[in-house]
Design a protein around this ligand. Structure first.
Ligand code: GLU
Length: 348
């Protein structure tokens, strides 16, 4: 069998789906295995799974999901063993080999790490081994964290050049309003890749969902979509996942853009949280479009203080026209500073 002709699909499973009554939902894993087997002649599957922190917190009798970095590290280190053991058990019973892969965000900046990870994942897939991926929460510091597996799964889909990213969550898909608050909120079946339409949903999606809620799912769809990979957001059921694999109508389907963009810039555009808006004048906006860096002389004002390395949204005429990384702190901002270097800037 030539595995090279098979296409890759990345499936991301969220904590609320994988954990049931404080344990790994084995029924879900069994159904997942059934589907992996059913479609294994056409597709290689890469799984991105959450659940380590939740399982660890239960084991350590934490009352709620930890917030501090230290407790998150401890909970995830303890819980990851349980998580991967359950995957291993169920997949092995079905004669499928899995591999645990823990990754950190710096692979986006570090070309060598990126290439190494790509090669390792491709090698696993070519040997018919299913990578089961989570973030390495112990190594990741606050700045070096994806923080959520949605964006991680989007990066993974780029790494393995997937034909599709499927995000499994506890809602049927994306809604026009927060469905927890508004009974008449409607699910959106289909979104033509268009960063504005997705962007417009981000503020709506923030409320009430913990872990950035659906905003990180939207960002994931933006990241993968910008790289030519469509995203399907669904709630868990065996038949939903089967439909998503078959491109049938289910959940929310977000098409991909034809543009291809460098991964680091994608992260700046859709992965990084923006700490402040930087309002710029028309001259500066024109210069940015001609590939210039952002200089302080074109800045009218900024909304919040920021530090070197923070993500910034650059606003002209009330619209976000670019995103970038701060080269200086807002405190040391003066007439002649270089605020965002062109290498750290992406026009939207
Ligand atoms: N890496 C975290 C975990 O395994 C998941 C982060 C998330 O919820 O997206 O618990």
């Amino acid at each position: 069998m030539n595995t090279n002709i098979k296409k890759n699909i990345v499936i991301k499973i969220g904590t609320t789906s994988i954990i049931k009554d404080d344990k790994v939902d084995l029924t879900l894993l069994k159904s997942l295995v059934d589907l992996v087997k059913e479609y294994k002649e056409q597709y290689n599957f890469v799984i991105v799974t959450s659940g380590a922190v939740g399982l660890g917190a239960t084991k350590l009798n934490y009352k709620s999901r930890p917030k501090s970095l230290k407790r998150l590290q401890v909970a995830s280190a303890v819980g990851q063993i349980e998580l991967i053991n359950q995957y291993e058990k169920i997949f092995k019973e079905n004669n499928l080999n899995i591999a645990q892969v823990l990754i950190t965000k710096n692979l986006i900046d570090d070309r060598e790490q990126f290439v190494n990870t790509t090669q390792a994942l491709n090698e696993l897939l070519s040997q018919g081994i299913i990578p089961v991926i989570n973030e390495n929460d112990v190594v990741a510091t606050e700045e070096l964290k994806f923080g959520d597996n949605d964006r991680l799964s989007a990066i993974v889909s780029i790494i393995v050049n997937a034909v599709k990213l499927i995000i499994i969550t506890n809602k049927e898909g994306l809604y026009n309003f927060n469905p927890d608050k508004y009974k008449d909120a409607k699910k959106i079946d289909y979104i033509e890749y268009d960063s504005n339409q997705l962007n417009d949903l981000i503020p709506i999606s923030k409320a009430g969902d913990g872990m950035g809620g659906f905003s990180t799912k939207i960002m994931a769809a933006q990241i993968s979509g910008f790289s030519g990979i469509p995203t399907h957001i669904i709630s868990w059921s065996k038949s939903n996942l089967s439909k998503a694999i078959l491109n049938a109508k289910v959940g929310t389907f977000i098409t991909a853009s034809n543009k291809k963009i460098r991964l680091r810039k994608l992260w700046i555009a859709y992965g990084m949280a923006s700490v402040s808006n930087i309002h710029i004048d028309e001259g500066a906006a024109n210069a940015l479009r001609k590939n210039a860096s952002l200089l302080s002389k074109g800045v009218i004002r900024h909304d919040n203080s920021f530090k070197i390395g923070d993500g910034l949204s650059i606003v002209s005429d009330k619209k976000i026209v670019a995103k970038g990384i701060a080269k200086i702190d807002s405190d040391s901002f003066n007439e002649s500073s270089l605020l965002v270097h062109k290498d750290d800037l992406i026009i939207l």
